[in-house]
Design a protein around this ligand. Structure first.
Ligand SMILES: Nc1ncnc2c1ncn2[C@@H]1O[C@H](COP(=O)(O)OP(=O)(O)OP(=O)(O)O)[C@@H](O)[C@H]1O
Length: 255
């Protein structure tokens, strides 16, 4: 990471509400190429809403949102489809088809690039099959490629989901609580995979997490939200758990 890395994601002065008070209140955030940013904060802090603004699922009430230089909310449907190919999304519940194998699920990540639906591994072009195997190798699951996803552990399923996202070759990966249902050791393994992908491929990763300790372990930068406000934005190397507790305590004191 250098200071000259291009900005991939930018929010400036963004406010978003769903009727009542703002869920995000004048939030700003930049993420550079290859940077792994952890978004932390208690339930309801606005983490998912922020990620959805970046994916064009929500539009801000005011402020600027830019992903790869484009405002998702101002895109035509067609432009948004194109942008979303560059933006992978990793979900808390993995979003896999349980009765299909790991390899079939990974291949489904390439469906948007194909004209016709595919039924079974051999109906995909050989080049895509090779890439799917490579991506499973990268997440450490190549030996499980013929295993049904509903027989894999939670951590393995999330790594399959990451391999599926890689089929899009996204420049930005948004991960919404990707390890919420996993135990701590498995969570670290999954987040390490995301961190490696950010570093080795120069993909920007924004990942919401409940666990501050994990954020400190794996992220380049930690952004904390509370009640829709950004209360912290610092390199992870400058933070420890005591510093994070202080941020929360100070903020709770103001509330
Ligand atoms: N589509 C919506 N309509 C109405 N309210 C919403 C909508 N999406 C989010 N909210 C509200 O916005 C607030 C922030 O929600 P958000 O899901 O962004 O928080 P979060 O930090 O991701 O929480 P969690 O960690 O529990 O997922 C909550 O009070 C939620 O009820």
């Amino acid at each position: 990471m250098t200071d000259t890395s291009p900005t991939r994601v930018r929010l400036a002065d963004v406010t978003k509400s769903f009727g009542a008070g703002p869920v995000l209140d004048r939030v700003g955030l930049d993420a550079a190429q290859g940077e792994f940013v952890a978004l932390v904060g208690p339930s309801g802090a606005g983490k998912s809403t922020l990620l959805r603004l970046l994916n064009g699922m929500h539009a801000p009430d005011s402020g600027t949102v830019e992903v790869l230089g484009t405002d998702p909310a101002a895109c035509s449907r067609r432009a948004l489809r194109t942008l979303r190919r560059d933006v992978g999304f990793v979900f808390q519940d993995f979003g896999l088809v349980g009765r299909l194998t790991a390899l079939e699920n990974v291949l489904m990540g390439a469906l948007a690039t194909l004209r016709l639906p595919r039924y079974g591994v051999m109906t995909y072009p050989a080049s895509l099959r090779a890439r799917a195997v490579e991506n499973l190798e990268r997440v450490g699951l190549v030996e499980h490629r013929f295993q049904r996803c509903d027989t894999l552990s939670g951590g393995q399923q999330q790594r399959v989901a990451i391999a599926r996202t890689l089929m899009q070759d996204p420049r930005v990966i948004l991960a919404d609580e990707p390890v919420a249902s996993l135990d701590p050791a498995t969570s670290v393994a999954v987040l390490d995979v995301l961190g490696r992908i950010a570093k080795e491929d120069g993909r920007t990763v924004l990942c919401s997490l409940h666990q501050v300790d994990l954020a400190l372990q794996v992220a380049d930068r930690v952004v904390a939200l509370r009640g829709g406000h950004k209360v912290l934005d610092r390199p992870a190397g400058e933070l420890d758990e005591a510093a994070m507790r202080a941020v929360y305590a100070a903020e709770a004191g103001h509330g």
